[in-house]
Design a protein around this ligand. Sequence first.
Ligand code: AMP
Length: 284
Amino acid sequence: MEVIEKGNSLRAVVQALRCSGKSIGFVPTMGALHEGHLQLLRAAAQENDITVCSIFINPIQFNNSDDYKLYPRALEQDIALLNSVACDYLFVPEVLDIYPEQSPLRFSFGELEGVMEGKHRPGHFSGVATVVSKFFNLVQPHRAYFGQKDLQQVAIVRQIVQALSFDLELVCYPTVREQDGLAMSSRNKRLDPEQRKLAVNLYKVLQLAKAQLHSKSVAEIKEEVARALQQVDQVKLEYFEIANPKTMQPVTDVLALPEVALCIAAYVGPVRLIDNLLVNLKEV
Ligand code: AMP
């Protein structure tokens, strides 16, 4: 695997590859890689001639400076993992190379970002959209791979691709979980052993909510989830929503849709985690 730090060098490499007819699969990440990332990288390697991974902890998508400072960093280990999945290029730019000056761009996604992550993390999706657009321009991938774990982010990126006419296919893969059900996340590395055990309650309440979709109202399910988490030490619910997976808007009548997304964000100790389940209502 070749490690590239400069955007211009990457651009030259991928342009030559594209000219020689190679297809390029791109997996953008913030590093501290785990099996969720590796799933995307394996898929990219299988479906394309060349795989490019980026590791960049994008400062402008963090609305909490501690979250940025304490975000896990593990480049050496990441490089070993990337070699194990036959990644061809790793792009690891410096912040100053991506943002030589403060980015003046602001993206706005209307109602898509008025809820959940957009509502609770002001500016987050504008920062995501800025870096994703820049990286799509530098990497010029044929396919870009994202995880369902960040469901609202996928909807935002879909809108960017459409609105800015990026010539690429967006590919989304399901959430990879630990054995007990906790969604894999780089931020899990910040949990102490006790918090790690408690973190599984996010998944547990999603399952609890799923089991009640046919028998209880949205308001009742939301109350039940809040009540269940209130009883768990160190876990503080930020939101639980039942959303339309296409628009991300809150659903009032669950049974009016073929599929709903159960979405949660909560603090476990100092660490903010998110998770979701896509539920096909015919199957529950
Ligand atoms: P991150 O490094 O957290 O920015 O994630 C990079 C990509 O990996 C994003 O598209 C995430 O949605 C995806 N991802 C993160 N965790 C998981 C997971 N547990 N399962 C599947 N994809 C994931």
